[in-house]
Design a protein around this ligand. Structure first.
Ligand code: NAD
Length: 478
């Protein structure tokens, strides 16, 4: 369904994120027929380009990041003709009057801040000063949204000085993934799961975001951040919220975000024993973390595993295990709900003991899988076996599933539609930092050293021990 016509300004339109994700994503929406005839995309960045130069650069980006596309294709050319460019200085006056002339006042306008967070305040105030942002204008801001509570408050303050909260779209692209939204559909559109969705029936939940890449190339930036700030405070926290939240009254932005906020506020502080931090060492495929970070003394973690508890009625006694790391065995993101065993088994001991497992895979192949226990076929008596009730979208839904928009595409279209459901509200981000800050402060105060781990593994031994101690096991990373 096409959206209303719009002007989308991409500050930082020549940057890496714009070239790799935002512009190819917009191209796909164009091909899908979602972009109205007169919608316009305006690049605004420091480079001294004109419209033709920007179109050329975006054509190259589409060819580079979208296999099979070339900037001489008719459709690519049609898309490129929607693009405009103005050179701009976020910190000065150059370019702003030009931008004011370009942005129409009678259509939806959105401003994507694809620049470092140090420029958010400048961009927001100059958009107002030059009368570019009308009442209904939207701004989209990228991660990282602060590095602690104080800096997040400062950023929120800088944006709030020029825009209302309903105009601010804080992106967490994990929320744009099809399966993440499907988690809400599975929970709230079926009668099967919700009655069991609590500490009485759920033994524990595991949330894993494993990457095979290291931090090479952006090691300097990463070393000031680490896995806790870069992944847990935002992405894993959001997945935890959607898994643990109470049913919102409606699938509406504030109804959903109110419930997520309650989850964050119910998180207990985390004990030192319940956290394992790691750093990858070198192997034949690449340098160690400290070499990538160019900081031999670095105490920053490239891996973290932690046990998190929630103090509320629904979850008291059900731990959530979170883990994320670089240079692990495989690229895999999933939320896995481990149900309890039946209260009593009517079968012989050698039938085995079994428990249902619901896994929601975000990548590589998005899908939902429920393990149920059945009788092993054959004459061997009553032996139990776990089998998957698998729902890989591509298999279940056929060709329609192949057209699933990428997270960025979906989220940008939500901005144009004015739907904030899948974006973080300012108070959520602050609450997440308020929980994160003391955890980081505690390990800093103790001078904790991350444990070394071999690349291509599942992380440090200590993380395995953390689970063994509790008679549980991590899911395989594959
Ligand atoms: P980049 O360095 O590749 O690009 C920065 C862009 O900002 C360029 O277009 C540059 O011209 C523009 N810019 C810089 N200073 C400016 C100024 N004073 N006035 C006007 N324009 C200016 O950065 P990036 O990797 O594209 O990242 C952009 C933002 O997105 C950052 O906040 C980053 O943390 C975030 N982000 C990036 C990625 C990614 O994969 N690259 C992923 C998630 C979040």
């Amino acid at each position: 369904i096409p959206v209303d016509t719009f002007d989308l300004v991409i500050f930082g339109g020549t940057g890496d994120l714009a070239r790799r994700k935002i512009l190819p994503g917009l191209y796909r929406r164009f091909v899908a027929g979602q972009m109205p005839e007169d919608a316009r995309i305006i690049g605004a960045a420091r480079s001294d380009l004109d419209d033709a130069g920007f179109r050329d650069m975006v054509g190259d980006a589409i060819a580079e990041f979208m296999p099979g596309q070339s900037k001489t294709d008719k459709t690519v050319k049609q898309f490129l003709s929607r693009l405009h460019y103005t050179a701009i200085d976020a910190r000065g006056e150059a370019g702003w009057s030009n931008l004011a002339k370009l942005v129409r006042k009678d259509v939806v306008s959105a401003f994507y801040f694809s620049v470092g967070p140090g420029l958010f305040g400048d961009l927001a105030s100059r958009l107002q000063k030059h009368g570019i942002a009308q009442e209904n204008a939207r701004i989209v801001v990228e991660k990282p949204f602060g590095r602690d509570l104080a800096s997040a408050k400062e950023l929120n303050g800088a944006l709030a000085a020029s825009f209302e909260e309903h105009q601010i779209y804080r992106i967490d692209h994990y929320l744009g993934k099809e399966t993440v939204q499907n988690l809400m559909a599975v929970r709230f559109a079926n009668v099967l799961f919700e009655p069991l969705w609590n500490a009485q029936y759920i033994d524990h939940v595991q949330i894993t975001v494993a990457e095979t890449v290291g931090v090479g190339g952006r090691g300097g930036y990463y070393d000031k951040s680490g896995a806790m700030r870069d992944m847990v405070q935002n992405h894993l926290m959001q997945l935890l919220c959607l898994t643990a939240m109470e049913p919102p009254a409606r699938f509406e932005p504030d109804a959903v975000r109110d419930e997520k906020l309650k989850v964050i506020r119910a998180l207990d502080p985390v004990e030192a024993d319940d956290i394992v931090r790691g750093q990858y060492v070198a192997d034949e495929n690449g340098p160690s973390y400290v070499e990538d970070a160019e900081n031999q003394d670095s105490l920053t973690e490239s891996y973290i595993a932690m046990k998190v508890k929630l103090s509320n009625w629904r979850w008291n006694g059900t731990p959530f295990y979170l883990r994320t790391g670089k240079r692990l065995k495989a690229r895999m993101s999933e939320i896995v709900v481990h149900f309890k065993e039946t209260p009593h088994s009517i079968f012989d001991e050698d039938a085995g003991s079994h428990a249902n497992v619901l896994s929601i895979r975000l990548q590589p192949d998005e899908g939902i899988d429920l393990r149920v226990t059945i009788k092993e076929p054959g004459p061997g008596g009553m032996r139990l076996v776990d089998v998957p009730l698998d729902m890989t979208f591509a298999d279940a839904l056929g060709p329609e599933a192949e057209d699933i928009p990428d997270a960025y595409e979906r989220l940008i279209m939500d901005v144009i539609r004015g739907n904030q459901t899948l974006f973080m509200r300012g108070d959520e981000v602050e609450a997440a930092w308020a929980w994160t800050d003391p955890i980081i402060a505690a390990w800093k105060a103790r001078g904790d050293r991350p444990k070394p781990y071999e690349p291509g593994t599942t992380g440090p031994e200590d993380a395995l021990m953390m689970m063994h101690r509790e008679h549980r096991r991590w899911r395989e990373i594959k």
